[in-house]
Design a protein around this ligand. Structure first.
Ligand SMILES: [Zn+2]
Length: 381
């Protein structure tokens, strides 16, 4: 069975990674028009953008999901696009409405999303503000959470393209973590439950995109949200949507997540996760940072042979109302320990200026016959 791309329902969000407050309004107004979903305003961001919840069901088990607490990580919001339409229409889910309820905050960090940045308008990383709660967004988050009193929580993120499945040359298209509740990385009951639920999700995920899953290190982060929820006794799963070759919009990760959400509702509502052990969780290879978007191997620059590594970078362009994709040099030298998602070997680099890391690519390879970069933008050949 191959992957089912998210087109079960008409898309509510644009095919873009720059998902902002104005786009999320489409999910909210869909929910307002629906029969089975309920929306409410729960507060505002630092700059006064409304934070909403979408709720469904009335059961004792309570699943809390939020997306884009990092503004530039929209893949799970795309997954919600299809998932909320499933909550409205999918008959397999309707029968579970008396067993489980779900609360979703789509886009917890709208000010960050506006700027296409990780942090909020004041530069606070919301995922490190779980203890101090100094940001307006995390104050709203915890006030809502204490009221909803979740029995499960899903913390939805995107990871960079550098993450590989273990040391293999394979993109981790979706990664998981059952965070540690303390420095000893104890496997508390809540953490074990999270590992069991991830284990229960794995067979279906593997059937869709075999071998493309990673697991994060369980080092304890005292200020991180997932670690603190674990400490508070709330089982929770970190989802990290990742890359797949030639899928810049991450439609594959989005499809994997929306399918995993449907499975999770069923597994939680009927307590099926309890009968699954943690084995599959530990079988997921731990992520390594082996990959780069493009490696030009053994190229010559001013008579010196070297490898160049480049990463794609998304820069908001308000005129186009879209992200520009540019390439940045991230490493130069002997890069035999790294693997390019795309690689080319040999050739001559032509550049009028010096080249260095942390600058936009401004050179051509073999007189522009292979690659020609101007201010980071790859020119058509
Ligand atoms: Zn994140």
């Amino acid at each position: 069975m191959g992957i089912q791309i998210d087109n079960r329902y008409p898309k509510l969000l644009p095919a873009s990674r720059w998902i902002r407050h104005k786009h999320i309004e489409a999910l909210i107004s869909y929910a307002e028009r629906s029969k089975n979903l309920i929306t409410s305003k729960i507060g505002e961001s630092e700059e006064g953008r409304t934070l909403h919840t979408i709720r469904w069901g009335r059961g004792d088990k309570r699943l809390f999901i939020w997306t884009q607490m990092h503004g530039n990580e929209p893949t799970a919001s795309h997954a919600l696009d299809q998932f909320i339409q499933d909550l409205e229409h999918n008959p397999e889910l309707q029968v579970l409405k008396d067993k489980i309820q779900i609360a979703i905050i789509p886009l917890l960090n709208p000010d960050g999303a506006e700027r296409f940045q990780r942090r909020n308008a004041l530069g606070i990383d919301l995922n490190r503000d779980a203890v101090a709660r100094s940001s307006k967004e995390m104050k709203v988050f915890f006030r809502f959470m204490e009221n909803f009193n979740p029995t499960w929580a899903f913390n939805m993120h995107d990871q960079r393209n550098i993450f590989s499945v273990g040391a293999q040359d394979i993109c981790a298209s979706l990664s998981f973590l059952a965070a540690s509740p303390d420095e000893n990385r104890s496997i508390s009951l809540e953490r074990k439950a999270s590992m069991q639920l991830i284990s229960a999700l794995m067979p279906n995920l593997e059937a869709q995109l075999s071998g493309h899953f990673g697991r994060y290190t369980d080092e304890f982060y005292p200020k991180a949200l997932g670690d603190n929820l674990m400490k508070m006794g709330i089982p929770n799963i970190l989802f990290e949507a990742g890359y797949f070759p030639n899928d810049d919009l991450r439609t594959k990760a989005s499809a994997l997540i929306s399918n995993a959400l449907i499975d999770s509702v069923q597994l939680i509502a009927e307590d099926k996760w309890q009968f699954v052990d943690t084995e599959n969780y530990f079988l997921i290879p731990e992520n390594k940072q082996k990959l780069r978007d493009l490696i030009l191997r053994a190229v010559k620059f001013r008579n010196c042979k070297m490898d160049l590594a480049l990463m794609k970078k998304e820069i908001p362009n308000p005129d186009r109302d879209e992200l520009d994709l540019v390439y940045e040099l991230v490493d130069i030298g002997d890069l035999s320990h790294l693997k390019g998602i795309t690689e080319k070997e040999g050739g001559q680099i032509n550049s009028l200026k010096d080249i260095n890391i942390n600058q936009l690519a401004n050179f051509s390879l073999d007189d522009g016959q292979l690659y020609n970069f101007k201010d980071g933008v790859l020119q058509p050949l």
